[in-house]
Design a protein around this ligand. Structure first.
Ligand SMILES: *[C@@H]1O[C@H](CO)[C@@H](O)[C@H](O)[C@H]1NC(C)=O
Ligand SMILES: *[C@@H]1O[C@H](CO)[C@@H](O)[C@H](O)[C@H]1NC(C)=O
Length: 257
């Protein structure tokens, strides 16, 4: 389904991504099954969810990116801006690393919500009032500077910390224009946290590091991902990122509608 993030490295990534896609699909099915089991009337689920939420904020890499990598100078004009990308659904390259739609597209559709604007395609509060997609094809979990210090070259200058700080920008934009109170924005938004971390391993292997070295990154990648997702009990703690700071109304997945 998803293939390449970076020109010139398609074969290796296709294998990894195919494997990863299967894991992700399995994971999503677990989430969907869990939710269906908790809902007595399957037909009522979408309507119920749709009425609870006004927008989607999403994070991740090429499995979730709906247009950012196509705009980011470092990746613009990459493989997914050419056929056959987009051929089965949009009938033109759509900024997705897919011939059709991504999981996030189906989730947004089932919620009855408009597509969230890719962060790099928007500017004003109005652009983001239906949410924002911060995912970037090729994004890493760990910061490029950290990876570089470990001898890993990255090709895409975006990591999870960029995505959470972009979220901060959008939240402030929406809040400052008083579309809604910040706590209401959080409570009425679905957060989709897509795949992140696979590019850290891919870039390590491209940098001729060993598989053992790539595996040694696991604790750091898990820690930075967990840190972005963790709801802290102290919402005023200035050392936490925005996604953390926004506190108890933050929904991490679709199991808690
Ligand atoms: C991501 O964050 C780093 C560190 O703050 C910054 O140097 C880089 O320019 C950011 N990337 C983008 C695309 O904004
Ligand atoms: C990795 O090793 C290959 C084969 O020795 C070499 O061609 C390539 O330039 C190396 N890549 C990096 C990033 O060092």
């Amino acid at each position: 389904q998803n293939t390449s993030l970076v020109t010139g490295h398609r074969a290796a990534e296709t294998v990894d991504m195919a494997h990863l896609s299967r894991i992700l699909v399995a994971l999503l099915l677990v989430l969907i099954a869990g939710e269906a089991a908790a809902t007595p009337y399957a037909g009522g689920r979408d309507a119920q969810l749709a009425s609870s939420y006004s927008r989607v904020f999403s994070f991740g890499d090429s499995l979730t990116d709906t247009g950012n990598a196509a705009i980011l100078p470092a990746t613009a004009g990459g493989p997914s801006s050419h056929a056959p990308y987009g051929e089965t659904y949009f009938h033109h390259p759509s900024g997705r690393a897919s011939d059709g739609r991504l999981i996030i597209d189906f989730i947004v559709e089932s919620l009855g919500l408009p597509q969230p604007t890719p962060y790099l395609a928007g500017e004003t509060a109005d652009d983001f009032r239906h949410g924002a997609n911060f995912a970037v094809g090729g994004a890493t979990a760990l910061d490029p500077a950290f990876l570089k210090s470990r001898g890993v070259a990255t090709f895409v200058p975006v990591s999870l910390s960029n995505e959470t700080s972009w979220f901060n920008n959008v939240l402030e934009l929406l809040d400052s224009t008083a579309y809604e109170e910040e706590s209401n924005i959080m409570a009425s938004s679905v957060f989709y946290f897509g795949e992140i971390g696979v590019n850290d391993y891919i870039f390590a292997l491209f940098s001729n590091r060993t598989a053992e070295f790539a595996a040694s990154l696991v604790p750091d990648i898990v820690a930075v991902t967990r840190s972005a997702l963790t709801v802290r009990s102290n919402p005023l703690d200035p050392t936490t990122t925005t996604l953390q700071k926004r506190g108890p109304t933050c929904h991490h997945d679709l199991r808690r509608p």
